[in-house]
Design a protein around this ligand. Structure first.
Ligand code: PLP
Length: 432
């Protein structure tokens, strides 16, 4: 028998915390098996897409300058389109992050006088400035694009009457955020997104339905474009980059939507034809290839964390047993000290920057202080083991990532050890 506990001891994890972790893990075998099956399915899906598009060694090279006839870039976009079952895709290192990808999709597909609508409540924090909910230079609002929002009902279901009432002749595009983001609402399953899109398209077929797919890719065996979404948008330093992509974002969808985005990203007249890939493509291809398994590892970490903290009596979203639709795990500590101790535990488990101690700070794009733990190979990557939380009630922490499950496990055990050491949690686990 390998004495794993001795290894954990070297990281400051007590025998009691280690054994509590093992008891939780033992109960999770069937869940992990299910996650592995989804990963296997999606792995084959990705390989199939690469084979269909004739990915070759030459695709892994890059272009410079204008980037005309970039075989690797154009083929990768075909691979994404094939995977998402869409007409086209835009997958570029020039898309700097998820917010940029979403802003690009919105700004290129909306025109002055149009209205944007969110039928799933408040969008992700950084989109408030894109839309102009919080005044901001260059927002959609400054360009004469208005915004309406319909919140989810108290039980998390769609407010169909409210949505019907909010749709007018001006409504051009509906944005549906799959993941909960910095909220404690449930994440939407692809099936639920499909129901919502069907309802909207029944009112008006020509309303563009866009899904913010951040953190959702590869968690299920279908994607929102399989249930009627016109566009899915996401970040390559989350799930689909597999931890290897050092930058980038994607938009996959109907040809016209993707074309609009391409003309906005580069220039009218140039569109997808320019945009050198430099030397970055092999990380995009290999990251996508690894992504189903990497996402599964992150999911296992999230399920493990949910079960640990649920057992300790903290509110967790999703709960320990419910089905998963993104890789984010929210744990509500009810006090700033809990959020801080958790994030510092995640940081202490990192391979990069384990010796620094994260503190709350005023982060651009967010309206309260935020603490972030991110000891990552790719700066800010949240498919890597990371945690963050706004220092504001209900004092919830959002945990995600872990390229390998053992790393996620170490991180979670470190958070618990921290909370025990600071007496926020009692180590008398036998009472539970
Ligand atoms: C991360 C995220 C974004 C923004 O992506 P960044 O890369 O951080 O700019 C938008 N929406 C959701 C749901 C996200 O999780």
């Amino acid at each position: 028998m390998i004495e794993l506990n001795k290894q954990y001891e070297r990281f400051g994890i007590s025998e009691t915390v280690y054994r509590f972790g093992e008891s939780i893990l033992n109960s999770l075998e069937p869940r992990f098996k299910q996650i592995d099956e989804i990963a296997e399915y999606n792995q084959l899906k990705v390989i199939r897409a690469m084979q269909e598009c004739n990915v070759s060694e030459a695709c892994l090279l890059g272009t410079t300058g204008y980037g005309y006839n970039d075989l690797g870039r154009d083929t990768l976009e075909k691979v994404y389109a094939s995977f998402f079952h869409t007409e086209d895709a835009l997958v570029r290192p020039q898309i700097t992050c998820g917010t940029h990808a979403l802003a690009l999709a919105l700004m290129s597909n909306l025109r002055p006088g149009d209205e944007l609508m969110s039928p799933v409540g408040k969008p992700y924090d950084t989109l408030e400035e894109v839309i102009g909910i919080r005044p901001s230079k260059g927002s959609l609002k400054e360009y004469g694009i208005s915004y309406k929002q319909v919140d989810l009902l108290a039980d998390g279901s769609f407010d169909y009457d409210g949505i019907r009432a909010a749709i007018s002749d001006k409504t051009k595009l509906v944005t549906i955020q799959r993941s909960k983001g910095y909220q404690t609402r449930p994440t939407l399953s692809v099936a639920r997104i499909g129901e919502l899109i069907r309802f909207i398209k029944d009112i008006r077929q020509d309303i563009v339905c866009m899904v913010d797919n951040c953190y959702g890719e590869f968690v299920e065996i279908i994607e929102p474009t399989d249930v009627g979404a016109d566009m899915v948008v996401g970040s390559l330093i989350k799930n689909p980059g597999g931890g290897l992509a050092p930058i980038g974002g994607y938009i996959a969808g109907r040809k016209e939507c993707v074309e609009n985005a391409a003309y906005r990203l580069t220039s009218p007249g140039l569109g997808k034809e320019v945009g050198a890939s430099l030397g970055i493509l092999s990380s995009f291809y290999e990251g996508l290839f690894l992504s189903p398994i990497v996402t599964a590892n992150a999911l296992k970490g999230a399920v493990f964390a949910a079960n640990i903290y649920e057992k300790l009596g903290f509110p967790v979203v999703p709960d320990g047993s419910e089905s998963r639709h993104d890789i984010i795990q929210a744990v509500t500590f009810g006090c700033p000290e809990g959020v801080i101790a958790f994030c510092q535990g995640i940081q202490a488990a990192a391979s990069v920057d384990s010796f620094v101690t994260p503190e709350p700070w005023d982060m651009p794009g967010y309206d309260s202080q935020v603490i972030m733990a991110a000891g990552a190979f790719v700066s800010g990557s949240s498919i890597e083991l990371s945690a963050d939380g706004p220092i504001a009630p209900p004092y919830a922490v959002y945990f995600q990532g872990g390229l390998t499950f053992p790393h996620a496990k170490l991180g979670i055990l470190k958070t618990l050890q921290n909370l025990v050491d600071q007496q926020i949690v009692s180590a008398d686990f036998d009472r539970l």
